[in-house]
Design a protein around this ligand. Structure first.
Ligand code: ATP
Ligand code: MG
Length: 431
């Protein structure tokens, strides 16, 4: 089929859309015929697409989304990449990682992902996508305005290369506010909290049915702030406290007073860094560590995980246990190292101890955001919650403690940002 400048079925049908490229999940929305906003199916019938790319070495193919995760889990030889958004704004964006043949940069991995997302959305829609409003965290990186600007520029360039025509950005928490605003019936001062996989983002905004149609909303936005803390950081710190000690984290070396180096455990526990351990050099260092270690059997397990490329499987097990603890007091963390497995009992107090500092940083940043907006907590009418990590009880408590008298509004956990970006796309590019 020829895409002649978007001419489809005889009419000019370039559709504007909102794209929430998330650290963990991606959504894309358009306005429907009735004037409402909807997310398009991107992964079979599902509108929430795991932000995952799998380079399948056996079939010499690339898959994305749940299929990517499934291929990796089923043991297909290849390379899984998750948390690729975390590379934006860092020097790692142009670093490359080894494939079976050759290497690929993270910029190109994000490009492959967004290309496929666009094609899938167009197939669902039956029309070509043209202009896009892409979500961005308030800060891709903490305390680094140049890094933030570079991240946005890189993401914009990748989206244009994927074939989007005009590409512009909106802050993710403002997008969430626009989604919430679709359903409010009166004027409100709202605190929006979007706690995702990679970042936590906040806005203090005035919303209301009369304000919805205004072309310029800048006066309604009292403050925007964010921090590079998200669910993947909770996974990392929980892993460092539970799984990693079973692999020798914090263990002694034979030489008195020395401990196993932390960096290898940190990388293995960090979604975006796992693949960095899959090199001959890293393996050689682990072999050396095993010779020096006072607990070589644990380092042997660690080597097994790295050799069998089980780093993501381990991170998934930790994430599963974290999620289970959102509605159970205790659970088991299933660790499997090939020649033996271990079910480690974990509980909510343990999770809270391991990740308490992260939750506290989220709460502190909300306090700063309110101060920035010049409002006291009692002025907030509603706290709007979106993003998967608002399901963590400790995170929720940290947010709500900053506006204790406000009404709590549950957003669409994985969809509000994408829907709000779609509202914005319609405002900027529609009709
Ligand atoms: N029930 C749950 N309890 C706790 N955490 C959860 C739950 N469900 C999902 N999560 C976490 O939510 C995170 C993903 O949330 P979400 O999809 O909102 O992030 P994202 O939009 O991809 O990331 P970001 O906006 O930071 O780029 C993951 O870290 C996941 O582990
Ligand atoms: Mg998000």
């Amino acid at each position: 089929m020829v895409w002649d400048g978007g001419q489809i079925g005889g009419g000019w049908a370039m559709t504007a859309c909102g794209l929430d490229f998330g650290t963990s999940n991606t959504t894309l929305g358009v306005q429907d015929a009735a004037g409402g906003f909807r997310l398009l199916a991107l992964d079979g019938p599902r509108t929430t697409l795991p932000t995952a790319v799998f380079f399948d070495f056996e079939a010499d193919a690339v898959t994305i989304g749940q299929a990517a995760v499934d291929s990796y889990v089923s043991g297909v030889e290849g390379r899984l990449m998750r948390s690729i958004k975390s590379m934006l704004g860092t020097d790692l964006i142009d670093a490359d990682t080894a494939l079976r043949k050759g290497r690929i940069s993270f910029r190109a991995v994000i490009g492959t992902f967004l290309d496929t997302v666009k094609r899938r959305a167009e197939a669902t829609l039956g029309a070509e996508l043209g202009d896009v409003v892409v979500g961005r965290p308030v800060h891709f990186v903490d305390g680094d305005p140049a890094g933030d600007a570079a991240a946005e520029e890189t993401l914009g360039a990748i989206a244009r290369a994927a074939g989007f025509r005009n590409v512009s950005f909106q802050f993710e928490p403002i997008a969430a506010a626009l989604d919430y605003e679709q359903r409010v019936t009166g004027e409100e001062l709202a605190l929006i909290a979007d706690i995702g996989g990679g970042t936590s983002d906040f806005s203090v905004v005035r919303i209301g049915p009369e304000r919805r149609g205004k072309p310029d909303r800048s006066a309604d936005i009292l403050a925007n702030d964010g921090i590079r803390v998200g669910g993947t950081d909770f996974d990392r710190d929980f892993s460092l406290a539970t799984a990693m000690p079973e692999l020798g984290h914090g263990s002694a070396l034979k030489r008195a007073g020395l401990l196993a180096p932390k960096s290898v455990y940190f990388d293995l526990a960090t979604w975006s860094k796992i693949n960095f351990l899959y090199t001959t050099k890293a393996l050689a260092e682990l072999e050396r560590l095993m010779r020096d270690s006072a607990v070589p059997e644990k380092i042997e397990r660690l080597i097994g995980i790295v050799e069998h490329r089980q780093g993501h499987a381990l991170a998934m097990a930790v994430e599963r246990a974290k999620i289970a603890l959102s509605d159970h007091a205790e659970t088991q963390l299933a660790l499997d190292w090939g020649e033996g497995s271990l079910a480690l009992p974990v509980d909510v107090p343990g999770l809270n101890r391991a990740t308490g500092l992260l939750a506290a940083r989220i709460g502190n940043r909300i306090r700063d955001c309110l101060a920035d907006a010049g409002v006291t907590p009692d002025r907030i009418d509603a706290v709007f919650l979106t993003g998967g990590s608002t399901l963590l009880p400790q995170v929720r408590a940290a947010i709500l403690a900053e506006a204790p008298d406000a009404r709590v509004v549950e957003g669409n956990i994985f969809g509000s940002v994408g829907l709000g970006l779609t509202v914005e796309a319609q405002r900027r590019y529609g009709g």
